[in-house]
Design a protein around this ligand. Structure first.
Ligand code: PBE
Length: 265
């Protein structure tokens, strides 16, 4: 019926970049919950947030793909739709991954990447500053300056880089823009000549696996990037979580009348 939430939201879920794990999870959700009339709209993380803002300004219904950590939760009143069928898996981790041979070629960088670990509130601090207008580089510098205690744990016993080149790959998700800029700066301060290279998610995994990139800190596991991880894991060195407790799902403004993915039917 035309007054249903679904009709008012145009049967559209506002998605992000086509290769993102959350897009695949959303396709699973559409099929698990039998949302045959719904379309998943491809776009970008930035476009998704822009659509969300537009809808909130007009108090209109909207459903987006969303994840935590994200600054949008501190800026807007939002809720995750309940996911009783667990199409989005549960809480996850973000892992750091190095290329094979990095430990021998750049032991200091390897050690720093291996010791890199922070919390949701740290990542959000950087993300909020970027969302409010700082460049990622400025926001990373500020966070590092204010958290020397954490940074010194990451750099403990790491030999200096002596100008050796390190290439980090990342995808332009707000979370990864934050983490990659921070760890990039920390590697620079330890004497490495660091390049950050923005790519799509498939090439990010492929690049570290084939050695054209040295590392990434952006593997959401075990579910979001399972497809990519399983494909390349034999050629990667998994350094374990740098952040625990992430979440993916469908997100709506607090003011909408539904609470569960089941209510989208
Ligand atoms: N995300 C943010 C990514 C991982 C980081 C949840 C949008 C994804 O879905 O692949």
């Amino acid at each position: 019926d035309e007054n249903s939430f679904a009709a008012k939201a145009n049967y559209e879920i506002i998605g992000i970049e086509p290769g993102a794990g959350i897009m695949k999870q959303t396709k699973t959700a559409i099929s698990d919950y039998k949302l045959d009339d719904w379309k998943l709209v491809e776009g970008s993380s930035a476009a998704m947030v822009a659509e969300l803002k537009k809808a909130i300004d007009k108090k209109e219904p909207i459903v987006v793909t969303g994840w935590t950590p994200h600054w949008m939760f501190s800026k807007y009143d939002l809720k995750y739709l309940e996911d009783p069928k667990e199409a989005y898996g549960g809480a996850e981790n973000i892992n750091s991954i190095a290329r094979k041979g990095l430990e021998q070629d750049a032991p200091g960088a390897y050690k720093i990447l291996d010791q890199f670990s922070w919390e949701t509130k740290d990542m959000e601090n950087v993300m909020v500053n970027v969302a409010e207008g700082m460049t990622p580089s400025e926001a990373a510098d500020k966070w590092i300056k204010e958290h020397q205690d954490k940074v010194s744990k990451w750099t403990k016993d790491a030999v200096p880089g002596n100008g050796k080149k390190i290439k980090l790959v990342y995808v332009a998700w707000d979370t990864e823009i934050a983490s990659t800029n921070v760890i990039g700066k920390v590697l620079e301060k330890n004497g490495y000549d660091v390049t950050l290279s923005q790519v799509e998610v498939g090439p990010m995994f492929a690049g570290v696996a084939n050695g054209s990139a040295d590392a990434m800190v952006a593997a959401w596991l075990p579910s979001t990037h399972k497809e990519y991880y399983d494909k390349y894991k034999a050629d990667l060195v998994d350094l374990g979580p740098n952040l625990t407790g992430t979440k993916n799902g469908l997100v709506v403004p607090d003011y909408v009348e539904i609470d569960s993915i089941e209510d989208l039917k």
